[in-house]
Design a protein around this ligand. Structure first.
Ligand code: GLY
Length: 359
C-alpha cells in the first residue's frame, strides 16, 4: 500500500477516524488530543514488548501505566476489569486521561469497558493488533465483558477517540489467527461489499499477505463497511444487526466449544448455515451457497459441525441475548451484498439447514 495512511471517518457515538496504514505510532499523541496527562495501556502478554516500546516513546509527555491482562476471553472477566480499575485508582486517573487498548478483540473489548466505566467514561484509543480487532471489535464502540452465563452480557456503547489499525502489527500474527480474522473480512463482503470476495477469489495469497496492497485493500474495504453501518446505527436499533451475519449459529458453536474455538471459525460455520437457510427460503441461490463454501474453505476455515450437537446449538441459540422473547432471528442474505431478517423460523427449517452442514 502507499505510505499515506487511509482515514475512514466514523460518526457513531461521536466522530472519530479509523486510520489504516503501516507504522502509525507517531500518530498516537495527536490521536490522544489535548489535556491527557496519564494513559493506561491495557495489553495481552504477547504485546508486552510493543507496550513497553510505546511507553518509552510516550513517557516524555505522559505518565504511562501498563496493565497486562490474560489472553483471549480470559481477559473479559470482572476480576480483570477490577484489576484495571485498581491500577487507575492507584494512579489518580482523572476524567481527562485516556485508556489505550493494545491487542486483539478481547483486549479492545475489555479496555473499552474499563474506559466506559471509569469515572463514567474516559477517552479510549484503540490499537488493534489482529485482523478481527481491526475490521470488527475495535470499531464501533461496543465494549464489554462476559459473565458465567454468557459472552458480552455486561457492557456499554463507548466510542473510541480514534482507532489506529497498524498493519505492521500483523506481520508476526500467527497464520491461523490471521485467517480466522478473515471470516469477518469476507462477512463484510457477503453482506455489503462483494468486491472483497472478488479480490480474495482472484489472489488468495496476496489478499492474505499483510504486506501486500491487496490485503490493505480488503481490510480497508471491510472497515469501511463496518464504519458505514455503525455510523448509521450506533446502538443497534436496525441496520447494525446485519453485522451479525453468521453469528447466531456462530455464537452457539462458540458456547458448545466452551469458547475454545476462534471466533472466526465459529462465524465461518455460522455463515454456511445462514447461506443454507437463505437457500431454503429462496433468498440465496445454489451458486451463492457454493461461493460461501469455496471462499471459506480457501481460508482453511471450518464449514460444518457434528450432527449430534444440534440440540446443544438450538438451545444455545434460544438463550442468545439477540433472540427476542425466545424467538430466533437470523440475518440472511438477499443475494450477495444485501441482507434481510428471518424472524421466528420453524425448528424443522433450521434442522433441514443444519443437516446440510452436519458432519
Ligand atoms: N460485532 C458486531 C457489532 O459491532 O455490531
Amino acid at each position: 500500500m502507499s505510505d499515506t495512511p487511509v482515514r475512514i471517518p466514523v460518526s457513531g457515538g461521536g466522530r472519530y477516524d479509523v486510520v489504516v496504514g503501516r507504522d502509525l505510532t507517531e500518530l498516537i499523541p495527536e490521536a490522544l488530543g489535548d489535556g491527557v496527562r496519564k494513559v493506561l495501556i491495557v495489553h495481552q502478554p504477547a504485546q508486552g514488548r510493543r507496550a513497553e516500546v510505546l511507553r518509552q516513546r510516550l513517557k516524555g509527555d505522559l505518565e504511562v501505566l501498563l496493565a497486562e491482562v490474560p489472553d483471549a476471553e480470559e481477559a473479559k472477566r470482572i476480576e480483570v476489569a477490577s484489576f484495571c480499575w485498581g491500577v487507575l485508582g492507584q494512579a489518580d486517573f482523572t476524567r481527562s486521561d485516556a485508556v489505550i487498548g493494545l491487542g486483539g478483540g478481547a483486549v479492545t473489548d475489555l479496555a473499552g469497558f474499563v474506559a466506559a466505566t471509569w469515572l463514567r467514561g474516559v477517552r479510549l484509543l484503540q490499537l488493534p493488533t489482529t485482523v478481527l480487532g481491526m475490521v470488527d471489535a475495535a470499531v464501533g464502540g461496543k465494549t464489554g465483558i462476559n459473565t458465567t452465563e454468557g459472552k458480552n452480557l455486561v457492557g456499554a456503547f463507548h466510542a473510541p477517540i480514534a482507532v489506529l489499525a497498524d498493519l505492521t502489527t500483523l506481520d508476526t500474527l500467527p497464520r491461523n489467527e490471521l485467517l480466522a480474522g478473515f471470516a469477518e473480512v469476507v462477512k463484510a463482503g457477503f453482506i455489503a461489499e462483494p468486491s472483497i470476495l472478488d479480490t480474495v477469489e482472484r489472489d488468495l495469497a496476496a489478499a492474505t499477505d499483510p504486506a501486500s496492497a491487496a490485503f490493505a485493500e480488503v481490510v480497508t474495504a471491510a472497515i469501511r463497511v463496518k464504519a458505514a453501518v455503525v455510523s448509521d446505527d450506533f446502538t443497534e436499533q436496525g441496520r447494525r444487526e446485519s453485522l451479525n451475519y453468521g453469528h447466531t449459529l456462530g455464537h452457539a458453536v462458540e458456547y458448545a466449544e466452551r469458547y475454545q474455538w476462534r471466533h472466526g471459525s465459529a462465524v465461518s460455520v455460522g455463515m454456511v448455515f445462514a447461506a443454507e437457510l437463505g437457500r431454503l427460503v429462496g433468498r440465496v441461490s445454489d451458486a451463492e451457497v457454493d461461493r460461501h463454501r469455496a471462499i471459506l474453505a480457501s481460508l482453511t476455515l471450518p464449514l460444518g459441525y457434528p450432527a449430534n450437537r444440534w440440540p446443544t446449538l438450538l438451545s444455545a441459540m434460544r438463550r442468545d441475548k439477540k433472540s427476542r422473547g425466545g424467538m430466533l432471528r437470523f440475518v440472511l442474505l438477499d443475494g450477495i451484498g444485501h441482507t434481510s431478517i428471518l424472524n421466528g423460523p420453524e425448528d424443522h427449517l433450521l434442522f433441514t439447514a443444519f443437516q446440510e452442514i452436519a458432519t
